[in-house]
Design a protein around this ligand. Structure first.
Ligand SMILES: N[C@@H](CCC(=O)N[C@@H](CS)C(=O)NCC(=O)O)C(=O)O
Length: 326
């Protein structure tokens, strides 16, 4: 695991010393937007018009942030318009690589061996972490965005005029509610599991793990009377929660010490997770081998042996009985 410093790759683990053992996630740096007419979005430069066969997506099947983008690509039927490359699950001294393994897909656009080469192709003196997902523009040979929350917003609507499937997962009447849910769930759940797992002091760990389960307890109550987070329709907030929940029992409970309770111990959250998993096209975006091998096999500071546990045995296909909620 490493990062780029002035365009040079340096092998370095996260620094938690300067923050009392706390893991602090750095903001993504490429923040442009694809829009229907190529005008600038909420941030970044103009010039990225929604066009078929112009963009390419680099992902890891292990990564919950990249997983969001794969889900939106599937929901909106963008598979042909936006092809993908998939990195190897093992993120070691070279960072993410395109080395072959079952489920990986080579870089057919730039012919890179390492993901960091994509970053330096976009910006030769780039300094920062080299993360997935990356949305690439073939026309101008640069990175449009490496921020998943913004990539899914683009996929949600920018391609609607050029052949994307219908469906709006951030509809105007629900926006405030979705955004508020996203804020809390990002901080305490999506990023909360990382803050617990990468903490290197007891205090930092407890500061993360307690709010994580307070939020999960609250969501369990919320989902007792409604099928999805905002009611009867699935929104962006549900998909953003899903990618953490699906990894929770297989990885976060053990590897990240998020073990006050498991998702299977929460009847409503567990049914809700299966409900989302069983939606059309979603199961195909979940690769449990990449997920488990990546976390247990790449984070040497947490699991030095790299041994990957066999369990738990989980069946996301069992009926969920949530249709009665609407
Ligand atoms: N803000 C980014 C975060 C992406 C992210 O941290 N991805 C992880 C994989 S799950 C990564 O590539 N980490 C490599 C690193 O930090 O060096 C997003 O949501 O797109």
């Amino acid at each position: 695991m490493g990062l780029l410093q002035d365009g040079k790759w340096v092998d370095k683990w996260y620094d938690t010393k300067s923050s009392g053992g706390r893991f602090k996630r750095k903001d993504a740096q490429f923040r442009n937007w694809i829009t229907p007419d190529g005008s600038a979005g909420p941030s970044g430069k103009a010039g990225f018009k929604a066009e078929p066969d112009r963009y390419h997506l680099y992902v890891s099947l292990a990564c919950p942030w990249a997983h969001r983008t794969l889900i939106f690509r599937a929901l909106k039927g963008l598979e042909e318009m936006i092809p993908i490359s998939v990195v190897h699950w093992h993120m070691a001294q070279d960072g993410w690589t395109f080395h072959p393994v079952d489920g990986a897909m080579p870089d057919t656009v730039n012919g890179a061996e390492f993901l960091h080469q994509i970053y330096t192709t976009a910006q030769a003196d780039y300094s920062g972490r080299v993360t997935v997902p990356v949305l690439w523009d073939k026309k101008t040979s640069t990175i449009v965005s490496n921020e998943s929350s913004e990539i899914i917003r683009m996929f949600n609507s920018a391609f609607d005029g050029v052949g994307a499937k219908g469906g709006d997962f951030h509809p105007a009447p629900l926006r405030d509610e979705i955004d508020a849910l996203n804020d809390r769930i990002y901080d305490t759940v999506n990023n909360g599991v990382y803050k617990a797992g990468f903490a290197t002091t007891q205090d930092a760990y407890e500061e993360a793990v307690v709010p994580l389960f307070e939020t999960l307890d609250g969501l369990e109550e919320r989902l007792a009377t409604q099928r999805y987070l905002t009611g009867t329709t699935i929104t962006e907030a549900d998909w953003r929660l899903f990618t953490t929940l699906v990894r929770f029992d297989p990885v976060y409970v053990g590897h990240f010490k998020c073990n006050l309770r498991r998702i299977v111990d929460y009847p409503n959250l567990w049914g809700y997770l299966r409900d989302l998993y069983q939606q059309t096209g979603i199961a195909a975006t979940v690769n449990m081998t990449h997920i488990k091998n990546h976390y247990y096999g790449s984070h040497e500071t947490i699991n030095p042996s790299g041994v990957v546990p066999k369990g738990p045995v989980i069946d996301f296909d069992t009926p969920h009985d949530r249709a009665a909620l609407g």
